[in-house]
Design a binder for this molecule. Structure first.
Ligand SMILES: NC(=O)c1ccc[n+]([C@@H]2O[C@H](COP(=O)([O-])OP(=O)(O)OC[C@H]3O[C@@H](n4cnc5c(N)ncnc54)[C@H](O)[C@@H]3O)[C@@H](O)[C@H]2O)c1
Length: 357
C-alpha cells in the first residue's frame, strides 16, 4: 500500500499534466483544425488582399487577421482586423499571435524575383530572416503554417517541360534561393518537430490587382495597358513561356490545401499547374477583345534571364493524386475573365486604378 500523501502527490501531478495538456491543445497544440484564427502576413499584397477576402467568406471576418507594413485603405480597415507588423520584428509578430490566439499562419510577405535582384540585402532579410522568424513562431506555438513557393525555386539545371515535383533545384535569383530555403526549412521542421508546414509552388499569378515586382507581371500589365492605352511594350521576348495560374484557382488551391487532412498529404511541398503561355500568344488572345491592341518588345536583360531559367510546365501529378488539385481556369477562360474584371477594377476601384496607369 502507498501512503496517502504519496497518492495525493501523484494525483496532483496527474492533474497538473492534464491541465498543461488541455492548455497546450487550447493554445493550438497539434494545430487546431476547426474554426481557426488565421494570420495572413503580406496581407496587402497581390495575393494577400484576395486571400483575406476568400478566407473571411469561409471562416468569418474577425477570424482572419491581415498584417503588412503598409498603410491600409479604409476599405481594408472596415473589412476586418488589420495589424501593422514587420516580419523582421519577432516580438511584434509574437504579440499578434498571442493576443489573437492565432492557430494558422498564411505567410505571404516576400520580396519578389525582379525586385529582389535589384536589392539583394532586402530580399535576403525579408525572405530568409523573415521566414526564419515565422517558422520559429509557428513551431513554438504549434501553428499550422502555409508558405507559397514558386516556379522561381527552379533553375537552368532543372528539367523545364515538365518540371517534376522532386528534381534538381539550383535557382539563380536570391528570390529562388530563399524559396528553396523556405521549402527545406519547412520540411526539416516538419520531420524534426512535427510542424504542420504546407507549401505550394505557385506559377505566376494573373489577377487584376497590381503585381509586386515579379517576372511574370507582364501578363497583368498587358491587360491593363490593352484597356487604358491600346499598346504594351513587353520586357520579355515573344515566345518566353512560363506557367501561370488565374488568382481564383490559386486561392482555391491554397484554401483547399490548408484543410487537407494531414495523413493524406504525402509531401509538404507540391507543384501546382494551370496553364502555360507566352507574351505573343497572350497578345493575340487579347486582340480578340481589343482588335486594335498592339504589342512591342524591349527586352529587360534581368527579367529575361530569370524567365529563361524557369520551368515552362510544372508537373503537378502528385498534387492531383494526393489531394485532388484540379484547375478550373484554362488560358481562354482566364483571358475572358481578366478582360471583364479589369473593366470592373477601373469602374469600382478608381483610386487603385490610378496607381496602375
Ligand atoms: N504573385 C505571384 O505571381 C506569385 C507567384 C508565386 C509565388 N508567389 C508568392 O506569394 C506570396 C505573395 O506574393 P504577392 O504577389 O502577393 O507579393 P506582393 O509583393 O504583392 O506582396 C507582398 C507583401 O509583403 C509585404 N512585405 C514586404 N516586406 C515585409 C515585411 N518586412 N514585413 C511584413 N510584410 C512585408 C509587402 O508590403 C507586400 O504587401 C509571396 O510569398 C510570393 O513569393 C507569388
Amino acid at each position: 500500500m502507498f501512503p496517502r500523501t504519496f497518492l495525493k502527490t501523484i494525483s496532483a501531478q496527474q492533474q497538473t499534466i492534464r491541465h498543461l495538456c488541455n492548455n497546450h491543445w487550447q493554445n493550438g497544440g497539434g494545430a487546431k483544425s476547426e474554426n481557426p484564427t488565421i494570420l495572413i502576413t503580406g496581407g496587402l499584397g497581390q495575393l494577400g488582399v484576395e486571400c483575406g477576402k476568400l478566407l473571411r467568406s469561409q471562416y468569418g471576418a474577425k477570424k482572419i487577421i491581415l498584417s503588412d507594413i503598409r498603410e491600409p485603405s479604409n476599405a481594408i480597415l472596415q473589412a476586418g482586423p488589420y495589424h501593422f507588423v514587420d516580419i523582421l520584428d519577432p516580438k511584434g509578430l509574437e504579440k499578434v499571435v498571442v493576443d489573437n490566439k492565432v492557430d494558422w499562419i498564411v505567410h505571404l510577405s516576400a520580396t519578389l524575383s525582379a525586385k529582389g535582384e535589384l536589392d539583394i540585402p532586402l530580399a535576403t532579410k525579408v525572405n530568409i530572416q523573415g521566414m526564419h522568424n515565422i517558422i520559429e513562431l509557428a513551431n513554438h506555438y504549434k501553428l499550422r503554417l502555409f508558405v507559397p513557393s514558386t516556379i522561381g525555386a527552379f533553375g537552368p539545371d532543372s528539367p523545364r517541360n515538365p518540371t517534376p515535383n522532386i528534381t534538381v533545384q539550383r535557382p539563380r535569383t536570391i528570390y529562388g534561393v530563399s524559396k528553396v530555403y523556405a521549402e527545406l526549412l519547412g520540411e526539416y521542421y516538419h520531420h524534426k518537430f512535427n510542424l504542420d508546414f504546407r507549401c505550394l509552388r505557385l506559377p505566376g499569378v494573373v489577377s487584376c490587382d497590381l503585381p509586386g515586382g515579379g517576372t511574370t507581371d507582364y501578363a497583368i500589365d498587358m491587360f491593363h495597358s490593352a484597356m487604358t492605352k491600346g499598346t504594351y511594350e513587353c520586357y520579355l521576348t515573344p515566345k518566353t513561356t512560363v506557367p501561370m495560374i488565374y488568382i481564383t484557382d490559386c486561392l482555391r488551391a491554397i484554401n483547399e490545401f490548408l484543410v487537407v487532412p494531414t495523413d493524406t498529404i504525402q509531401r509538404r511541398v507540391y507543384n501546382i499547374h494551370a496553364m502555360s503561355f507566352h507574351p505573343e500568344g497572350l497578345a493575340k488572345e487579347i486582340q480578340n477583345y481589343y482588335p486594335a491592341f498592339e504589342i512591342t518588345y524591349k527586352t529587360d536583360p534581368i527579367r529575361q534571364e530569370i524567365a529563361d531559367s524557369w520551368p515552362e510546365v510544372l508537373d503537378d501529378t502528385e498534387a492531383r493524386k494526393d489531394w485532388g488539385w484540379n484547375p478550373k481556369y484554362d488560358f481562354k477562360k482566364m483571358v475572358q475573365t481578366m478582360v471583364d474584371q479589369v473593366k470592373v477594377f477601373y469602374d469600382e476601384e478608381p483610386q487603385r486604378a490610378k496607381v496602375a496607369q
